[in-house]
Write a protein that binds this ligand. Structure first.
Ligand code: ADE
Length: 230
């Protein structure tokens, strides 16, 4: 998964792992004997796991709430915010709040408190695929993997966004490349060094990320390679 020399520990997650993890998470929920009437996905990370849990748990009612903390891959914003708060009536219903991962847990706490107060479910429980126990301020009722050493889970639904930010971060923070142009081969080596994943593991996302960063003028294409734009 990762090696000890990298700057940012990254676990590249495949779609197959997502399906496998949510199936096993559904199993844990089922075996607890508790059944949700409605699933609430935390946008955006909880969407795919929540949808798959609906399938595995045979739940038809899926709604969502947007609570955001992370603005950039492996970088945290100052505080979590609830976007588009709205009201629904969940009295009488068991609700399961689903996110991909509990990291600090702040966005989940914000969503949970809002839902309990404003939507009033009979009971609200929380499920996530991963729980980073040393940093989390909350323990989900259901989780599949307890993560004991912090790592960035590169989920398949943020692949382009993450790879783009990973590349940008090299240009902005690596002292060896500050202010100069970098050939693509060297960039690939730096990427491996920083994140412990090889660009060929993310295939077309590598080229797409460079294309997008160039279009946005975050990077500028030079005759030899790339340099930092704005
Ligand atoms: N979102 C918040 N923390 C995360 C992490 N460690 N990995 C992936 N997504 C996250």
């Amino acid at each position: 998964m990762t090696n000890l020399m990298v700057k940012v520990r990254v676990k590249l997650v495949s779609w197959d792992e997502i399906v496998d993890w949510t199936r096993r998470l559904a199993n844990i929920i089922e075996e607890s004997g508790w059944r949700p009437d409605v699933i609430i996905a935390v946008a955006r990370g909880g969407y795919v796991p929540a949808r798959l849990l609906c399938d595995f748990l045979d739940v038809t009612d899926l709604i969502s709430i947007q609570s955001q903390h992370w603005v950039e891959a492996a970088r945290m914003a100052e505080k979590a915010i609830l976007r588009y708060p709205y009201k629904v009536d969940l009295t009488e219903l068991n609700a399961l709040l689903v996110d991909d991962i509990v990291d600090t847990g702040e966005s989940l706490i914000l969503a949970r408190d809002y839902i309990v107060k404003e939507w009033r479910p009979k009971e609200l429980r929380i499920a996530a695929m991963q729980w980073i126990s040393p940093v989390a301020k909350i323990k989900p009722d259901y989780y599949l993997i307890e993560v004991k050493e912090w790592v960035w889970f590169q989920y398949p639904w943020t692949r382009l966004e993450d790879i783009s930010q990973f590349i940008t971060r090299i240009f902005r923070e690596d002292e060896r490349v500050k202010g100069r142009e970098v050939e693509e081969e060297e960039l690939k080596q730096l990427f491996i060094e920083w994140y412990g994943i090889h660009p060929h593991e993310v295939r077309e996302y590598w080229d797409l990320a460079l294309k997008k960063l160039t279009a946005k003028q975050i990077l500028v294409k030079t005759s030899k390679g790339y340099k930092l734009g704005k």
